[in-house]
Write a protein that binds this ligand. Structure first.
Ligand code: SAH
Length: 488
């Protein structure tokens, strides 16, 4: 039987990835095919399945594009192939998003669809600039316009618009700004009315220009304002002085490259974005499980179990058949994240060394065991975990299980360089990411001379220095929070 396709015409909100709705997230997770445009935050595409087909059909110029036919054809074609398609648009699909035209095309072809509203930039971008579109006693309505003329030259009735008391919001209004401002003043709008233009709202590149109808054209030329931008006109603009919040977040404007593996990158990126920064994810390692089965009998012979990373906990716990098999073991962990993960399995670590290093973990385990005891360390293929050394220093029998492999991803140099253009800071959370990064850029130090580098701790920093990279920030506590603190 033929599978029937379906299309979600959905809004993704403005630049901030967290402004996606839960329903929108579900649609992306479900989709066989994702068709997206330029105004969305690409991070939300990570919710797509690994095998989903990703199609970029963006309009280079956000003030009117010509590829709408191609978009309609693509979503119809994919749905007729039986695919679930998420058509992901910036803001809301029905607010100058041409969602209606796409639905018409689907309807004509008998294709099932759903519309998932998104947070439109017309209210959220002003909000990120600290400007409410309505305010008690100041603006009792707001009016949203396109600043773009239709092909046949139809233009708004500015005689009526100039008389409105509410807040005026123009999308796609940059090219025609002189006409808009001119028509408002000509029709009697007070030339002292405050105006704000917000470029790339809700992103790390957000820039807000504030003026009045009288001087905004001059200001926009001076500051070389470019789309995508929202123009907001009315007294509410003055509230920005007090209501401004986004630009004052601690990492505002900082663009950070996240190099860790895809599975763990999200948590780190979210922390960066929560503080107003932007995370661009480009993994240089991939974590692969190498643990098939745990020998239950063998586990009985140990007195202590040591984890030197969260991945180790994850891989090991996946393979535990009966939690009581490890009930007799003293447990040690490196790092707060590893500790937290263990707590997720209702396991309280007996010890966590102050310094997040496997050598300290081995040292500390002595206090919890007796001479001759067997101690098992769960680690990765490349972790600096030298059991022979531990056996020679301490009167114990250390063993290790390599629970996962860290595979370096060597990327195309051009791809890396184009991502580096978008960031100011590169973060390394392990030596292997440094190795893969340097191999990818072919050790070209000249190409990274303007970039700042952040390291999770001394081991990673040593690797960075070995390649001739500067360590501009080093975490004091060797974890994700530590590296963010260091950047701050
Ligand atoms: N459907 C979208 C609007 C699409 S029209 C929505 O509901 O938001 C494209 C215009 O939206 C741009 O020219 C600009 O005026 C506005 N816009 C969208 N995202 C924006 C952003 N992050 N910052 C500033 N303006 C934005």
């Amino acid at each position: 039987m033929d599978k029937k396709g379906k299309v979600y015409i959905m809004g993704a909100g403005p630049g901030d990835a967290e402004l996606l709705t839960l329903k929108g997230k579900r649609a992306i997770e479900e989709a066989d095919c994702v068709v997206y445009d330029r105004l969305i935050n690409n991070r939300i595409l990570n919710y797509a399945r690994k095998d989903a087909e990703m199609i970029y059909l963006g309009k280079g110029n956000t003030e009117g594009g010509l590829i709408q036919d191609e978009i309609n054809e693509t979503i119809v074609k994919k749905a007729l192939e039986g695919k679930v398609v998420a058509r992901v648009k910036g803001g809301d699909p029905f607010v100058f998003g041409r969602g209606g035209e796409e639905i018409q095309a689907l309807f004509e072809n008998g294709i099932e669809f759903e519309e998932i509203p998104g947070i439109t930039s017309s209210i959220s971008v002003p909000a990120y600039a600290g400007i409410p579109v309505t305010h008690r006693g100041m603006a009792r309505s707001f009016h949203v316009f396109t600043g773009h003329t239709m092909a046949d030259g139809d233009w708004h009735n500015f005689e009526a618009i100039a008389k409105l008391d509410g807040t005026l919001v123009f999308l796609m209004g940059i090219k025609n700004l002189p006409i808009i401002v001119g028509d408002l003043i000509k029709n009697g709008k007070d030339s002292k009315t405050p105006v704000a233009i917000i470029e790339k709202g809700a992103t790390a590149d957000q820039r807000v220009t504030v003026g009045t109808l009288e001087n905004i054209i001059e200001l926009s030329q001076e500051k070389k304002i470019v789309p995508p931008a929202i123009t907001i006109i009315g007294e509410v603009v003055n509230l920005r002085d007090t209501f401004k919040w986004f630009e004052t977040t601690q990492l505002f404007g900082k663009k950070v490259l996240v190099t860790r593996d895809r599975r763990q990158a999200g948590e780190f990126s979210n922390k960066i974005e929560k503080m107003g920064g932007v995370a661009i994810e480009l993994p240089f390692i991939n974590i692969e499980s190498t643990l098939d089965k745990l020998d239950r009998e063998q586990l009985k012979r140990y007195s202590a179990l040591l984890f030197n990373s969260p991945n180790g906990v994850r891989e090991f716990m996946n393979k535990v058949e009966d939690i009581r098999d490890i009930a007799h073991l003293k447990i040690g962990a490196v790092g707060s994240k590893t500790k937290e993960l263990l707590e997720g399995y209702k396991i309280k670590a007996d010890f966590i060394p102050e310094e997040y290093l496997v050598d300290r973990l081995a040292e500390e385990s002595i206090k919890y065991t007796n001479p001759g005891d067997r101690i098992l360390i769960i680690t990765s293929d490349i972790s600096p975990c030298d059991v022979d050394k531990f056996n020679s220093i301490y009167n114990r029998n250390f063993d290790k299980i390599v629970a996962y492999k860290t595979k370096r991803i060597i990327r195309d140099k051009k791809e890396v360089l184009s991502n580096l253009k978008k960031v100011e800071i590169v973060t390394f959370l392990s030596s292997s990411t440094v190795d893969a990064f340097m191999a990818s850029i072919e050790n070209d130090l000249e190409a990274v001379k303007d970039i700042k580098f952040a390291s999770i701790g001394p081991v990673t920093s040593d690797t960075m220095r070995k390649y001739g990279l500067n360590v501009d920030f080093e975490a004091k506590v060797y974890d994700v929070n530590g590296i963010i603190e260091a950047i701050k």
